[in-house]
Design a binder for this molecule. Structure first.
Ligand code: AMP
Ligand code: MG
Length: 479
């Protein structure tokens, strides 16, 4: 299939009009393609060579609308840094329609009804970051929105200074956010809230369609998926940066990439978003923030799900759903096949030791994957090896209770502990080059990000500890 034969549907538009607003994308000046994802192109059933067509560029610039496309922006609200904001929505995004279960959305495509006097644009810098990181997260096995491609332009936007604008064409199986429900709850549009819930069930949880307890079960599903997602973030060291309820996906995928970061040295207190002065969204806070956000969703769902029922699920999140998801994730990273109660203690000790050891999160787990009793390689990567030494004593004892031989454990761990993650300094380098018209580094990162668990000899430097001057830098929210 090519872009001329692609046909989109717009099921979201069956919902009441308060939930969206029609407008057309506004094209950027002198657009050019920076990169496209062949893997994402396949999701839509398009031929890979679509990437090289002029329609592909025009699609990304909002100038080519596939058959059936009806550009619209979605309204939603949300708690931003703990404060309720009733007026959010896709201020700079246009949904085009759905194919193969994927909803296409342009981001940076000009002011919409929800723009609230902002410019409706996205910087090329943030567009490249979102494009690369969402594809990287997918290959790391972390639920996420996807991205088809990213374009740059000569259009200028004012951010930290004057920057060039870009656009990214995002894909998601659902763009509904926790904040979409809050929007209808706080305006007391309870009937519409119920239709939105029915829509979400139809679009994303179709096995619940005729279930009498479907509103309870959908919330249970959101709780479970959110717990799994956050456990994966914690395992890989992903910091979202802006975990507002409008950036929380109802299907439990990573949504809205802004000032995110992958951990350099393991650090619970690391805050990637420079605007987050109190560290509300620090790496270590993410599991609790997700709980708080789920609580806000539960409140918004009270017209269709009594609070005492949602409370049971919220309690379960804290008591065992999240802890179990996290322990399961970490067991895999540690290559533990047996499930023993003592593992919780082992994992708690590990993260305490990592906090004190000044050790690169990614490099630590990748090196540990090769552990065969010889500790030198692990000591070499820690500034404080003694704490890791103490933990390895516990790990050695625990490994005695495993029935799996070391070589098999190693093989498994190498599929769970990535060799390559995209750190911010790598993205910065790719952006700097792109701004000079050289997209080779974006291509390189896309390739590396698509093979995070492989050994890529020529890209060894991307698996090293982050250079000291680039560690733990914060990013501004402006994008
Ligand atoms: P974010 O934190 O990027 O997810 O954005 C929060 C809200 O602000 C969303 O409703 C966005 O659509 C909106 N927004 C952010 N930047 C812009 C912009 N440049 N123009 C219009 N709306 C924006
Ligand atoms: Mg957002």
């Amino acid at each position: 299939m090519n872009l001329h034969t692609l046909t989109l549907t717009t099921p979201y538009l069956e919902l009441e009009e308060e939930l969206y607003h029609f407008s057309n994308p506004l094209a950027l000046d002198m657009p050019y393609l920076v990169a496209g994802s062949k893997k994402a192109i396949q999701l839509l059933g398009l031929n890979e060579d679509t990437l090289n067509t002029s329609e592909f560029l025009a699609l990304h610039n909002g100038e080519f609308l596939p058959k059936g496309a009806k550009p619209f922006s979605m309204g939603y609200a949300g708690h931003q840094f703990g404060h309720y904001n009733p007026y959010l929505g896709d201020g700079r995004a246009h949904n085009l329609g759905n194919v193969n279960g994927w909803n296409l959305q342009l981001k940076g495509s000009g002011e919409t009804f929800y723009a609230r006097s902002a410019d409706g644009r996205a910087s090329l810098r943030s567009s490249i970051r979102e494009f690369l990181m969402s594809e990287a997260m997918y290959h790391l096995g972390i639920p996420t929105t996807r991205a088809l491609g990213v374009i740059g332009s000569e259009t200028e936007v004012l951010r930290n200074g004057i920057e060039k604008a870009g656009m990214v064409l995002r894909l998601s199986e659902s763009w509904v956010r926790f904040g979409s429900f809050e929007y209808l709850y706080y305006t007391k549009e309870y009937a519409k809230l119920e239709s939105l819930a029915e829509f979400v069930i139809k679009e994303s949880f179709s096995h619940l369609q005729n279930d009498e307890d479907r509103f309870y079960k959908i919330f249970a599903e959101v709780v479970k998926r959110t717990a799994k997602l956050i456990a994966k973030w914690q395992g890989v060291g992903f910091c979202h940066g802006v975990m507002n309820t409008d950036n929380m996906s109802i299907i439990g995928v990573t949504l809205d990439y802004g000032p995110f970061a992958m951990l350099d040295d393991f650090n619970f207190g690391y805050v990637c978003n420079q605007s987050d002065k109190v560290g509300r969204y620090s790496y270590g806070a993410q599991p609790n923030v997700a709980y708080w956000n789920l609580t806000m969703l539960a409140k918004a769902l009270t017209p269709i799900l009594p609070q005492h029922l949602s409370q049971q699920l919220l309690d379960a999140y804290g008591e065992y759903i999240y802890p179990n998801a996290y322990i399961e994730e970490m067991r895999e990273k540690l290559g533990l096949f047996e499930k023993l109660d003592e593992d919780t203690e082992l994992i708690t000790e590990l993260v305490g030791a990592m906090q004190d050891a000044y050790v690169d999160n990614t490099l630590f787990f990748r090196t540990l994957s090769h552990y065969n009793g010889n500790r030198e390689a692990l000591y070499d990567i820690c500034m404080e090896p003694i704490v890791i030494h103490n933990w390895l004593e516990l790990y050695d004892t625990r490994l005695l209770k495993e029935n799996t031989p070391q070589d098999q454990r190693e093989k498994f761990m190498l599929t769970k502990n990535p060799k390559y993650v995209l750190k911010n300094y790598m993205l910065e380098k790719a952006i700097t080059k792109s701004l000079l018209g050289d997209f080779s580094e974006v291509e390189k990162l896309l390739f590396i990000a698509s093979h995070p668990f492989d050994e890529l000899e020529e890209y060894e430097e991307y698996s090293q500890e982050t250079p000291e001057i680039y560690k733990n830098i914060g990013l501004s929210c402006s994008s």
